[in-house]
Design a protein around this ligand. Structure first.
Ligand code: PRX
Length: 653
């Protein structure tokens, strides 16, 4: 296991503040003990906190690697997130407190949100959407994103949200893979003062999406509509959201869904050029989302919960929409960038809305550190009582800074490890129980079995290894949309003859207390500012450029983003390296995939280092990109290639 290095020596430990522990939902190990004694019974009890219209016959059917949970049971996710809260005092409680980047605001109570959702559910029905149909959602972070997701859930349509920062081609590929019937978009959204032309992107994508019959366009108004300059409405296909809503009925009974009916598909990057449609189902997903939100964020009736993720990512699905709403919480939703118009925007939002629980990503925390403590200091952050981190390993210094300067040394910090595939948090402190250590996600939540293994499936109790989940869990992915073989191959084939072992793709180490320290991906997947990007995806984009013969992409350590994309390319005959071509290639990738995949570095090379069997040796390229001494080059077909590359890279830097 030479790839997995043990670099951290961190001995600081922070027990839960006594006042926090005293009021916490969980401050002893009873739930862990119950789950250890009988994990099936444990999950049945968690699921029972939801509203089922028909009880399940069987908690788990596990035919490795396929699991089905709560078989025979029926429920509706939107009824659990909305209708359940309308009988008592919660009906008037704020469900979503939204801020647009330009400063516009909107608050929706549970009552109002439920009504919008029912009305939009009827709009979808009116466009011919039926149970099981796929609906694409390509929106800025506006309340309509949550409304659209919940409206799909209400009628049993399967949503597939595509992050608004993705390109038309990315949208096209996802909509085609899902065979979507309808796409919901907006005229535009705001990001750092600029308008993101979502409708224009959608139009471009739909030139090659034959299954999409209708487009619903949300008008993103601020001082005036963005509309005229940006939107071309196609007769018969395109419809304004606000017009359709005016004419739709506001009554719509929730469709009874089987526990195993698909709730959504969310695309994520893997080790091939083609993103995978991760499939999540109804009963298990909501069980994981609802229970983890309550436990990890110690969610109480009066909390104001702000998860800064976009709904385009799993974190936005589970902790901006489904988990908090299933718990009847108040959620803050913010459309834009943290440094717009100033670098204190997040802190002003926390103060303005009295946020109590704040959940963000290490990449943001590192940027805040760099911008300086004067920004948070200008605001009253005393309402905060708990902080969370997600998306990538958090370096101990960022953790300490977060705890001190945002949490005022009084808020526990929960570093939560999970994935699009796991659906909800798997490894995390319980803030009233676990003594945290800066940089460690600590231990699995009750009901989860995370282990460390070597390449031969031997369990390791210390040191570095591969992170494995050895038991199924309710919110696990069920398959990859349209490609079950890839599901089996990617997640359950790492250890021959052990289709019961889920391979997460992450390396980790275990310390003497049995705490996990996540070390990053062990496959060809990068984590750039908390976003997952496949090296192959970027390579496939690059080789579509007429100048590029071959490309190899690696991650390079980056102070703020965690990793940055670094591309090595060889050119076709007749093309010559130049700084214009370098810029052109960077933009080309941004246009093909989205700005998040734009390479920081493009290095031109006469050749790429390959093994004798022709495999590009990314490990060596990483060493070059990060300026390290070169490792073993003896397996290379031509060792001179690497020496030449290294020399050139150092010159170009
Ligand atoms: O490498 C791990 C990293 O993010 C990957 C999952 O990415 P994605 O599916 O986009 O979901 C991100 C949000 C859940 C993981 O395989 N990751 C996520 N959380 C952490 C993390 N790495 C270290 N520590 C974390 N807390």
């Amino acid at each position: 296991m030479t790839e997995i290095r043990d670099l951290l020596v961190e001995t600081r430990s922070f027990p839960p503040p006594p006042a926090f522990a005293a009021q916490a939902h969980i401050n002893d190990r009873r739930l862990h003990d119950a789950a250890d004694a009988d994990f099936i019974q444990y999950w049945a009890e968690q699921a029972a906190t939801l509203r089922w219209t028909k009880p399940w016959d069987r908690v788990l059917d596990w035919q490795p690697p396929h699991a089905q949970w709560f078989l025979g049971g029926q429920l509706n996710v939107s009824a659990n997130c909305l209708d359940r809260h309308l009988d008592g005092a919660r009906r008037n409680k704020a469900a979503i407190v939204w801020e647009g980047e330009p400063g516009d605001r909107r608050t929706l109570t549970y009552w109002e949100l439920a009504r919008e959702v029912r009305t939009f559910a009827n709009v979808l029905k009116g466009l011919g959407v039926q149970k099981g149909d796929r609906v694409g959602i390509y929106l800025p972070l506006v309340p309509e994103a949550a409304i659209a997701m919940l409206a799909c859930a209400r009628i049993g349509a399967i949503h597939s949200v595509v992050f608004g920062g993705f390109s038309p081609e990315s949208l096209r590929d996802r909509m085609n893979d899902a065979q979507a019937k309808v796409v919901i978009t907006a005229d535009g959204g705001y990001r750092r003062g600029q308008i993101v032309p979502l409708k224009r992107n959608t139009d471009k994508a739909l030139e090659e999406c034959p299954t999409v019959k209708h487009v619903v366009v949300v008008q993103r108004r601020t001082s005036g509509p963005i509309t005229e300059a940006h939107v071309d409405m196609k007769e018969g296909r395109d419809h304004w959201y606000h017009r359709l809503m005016q004419h739709a009925n506001d009554q719509c009974a929730p469709e009874p869904m089987d526990a195993e009916d698909v709730l959504f598909i969310l695309y994520t990057s893997g080790t091939t050029g083609k993103p995978k449609g991760i499939v999540h189902t109804t009963g298990g997903y909501l069980t994981g989302a609802a229970s983890s939100t309550k436990m990890v964020f110690d969610l109480k009736e009066e909390d104001v919960f702000w998860c800064t993720a976009d709904v385009g990512w799993i974190t936005g699905h589970t902790y901006l929409v489904y988990g908090p709403l299933a718990n009847g919480a108040t959620c803050v939703m913010y459309e834009g960038a943290p440094d717009w118009p100033e670098r204190d925007r997040f802190w002003s939002i926390i103060a303005r809305h009295g946020v109590t629980v704040f959940y963000t990503a290490p990449t943001a925390i590192r940027a805040f550190m760099k911008w300086g403590v004067e920004h948070p200091r200008r605001h009253d952050l005393s309402t905060l009582r708990l902080l969370g981190s997600v998306g990538e390993p958090i370096n101990p210094e960022a953790w300490m800074w977060y705890q001190e300067h945002i949490g005022g040394n009084r808020c526990p910090v929960v570093d939560t490890w999970w994935q699009t595939e796991t659906g909800s948090i798997v490894i995390s402190p319980l803030p009233g129980l676990t003594a945290t250590k800066p940089g460690s996600a600590t231990q699995p939540l009750p009901g989860y079995s995370a282990k460390l293994m070597d390449a031969q499936a031997n369990e390791l109790t210390s040191g570095g290894g591969l992170l494995v989940l050895t038991k199924p869990w309710p919110s696990m992915l069920r398959t990859i949309w349209g490609d079950d073989a890839r599901y089996v191959e990617t997640y359950f084939s790492k250890w021959a003859g052990r289709p019961d072992l889920y391979f997460a793709g992450d390396g980790a180490k275990l310390d003497a207390d049995g705490f996990f320290w996540l070390l990053g991906r062990v496959d060809d997947v990068l984590n750039v500012a908390g976003h997952r990007i496949g090296t192959m995806e970027v390579e496939s984009a690059l080789v579509e450029h007429p100048a590029v013969a071959e490309a190899a992409v690696v991650g390079k350590a980056h102070e703020l983003k965690g990793q940055a994309v670094c591309a090595f390319v060889t050119l076709r005959d007749g093309f010559h390296k130049s700084s214009e071509l370098r810029d052109d290639l960077r933009e080309f990738v941004a246009k093909k995939i989205g700005a998040l995949a734009r390479p920081d570095d493009v290095l031109f090379s006469a050749d790429l280092p390959k093994t004798r069997s022709g495999k590009i040796m990314r490990r060596l390229l990483r060493d070059i990109a990060e300026g390290r001494a070169l490792g073993d080059t003896t397996t290379l077909a031509d060792p001179n290639v690497v020496a030449a590359l290294k020399e050139q890279y150092e010159k170009d830097e």
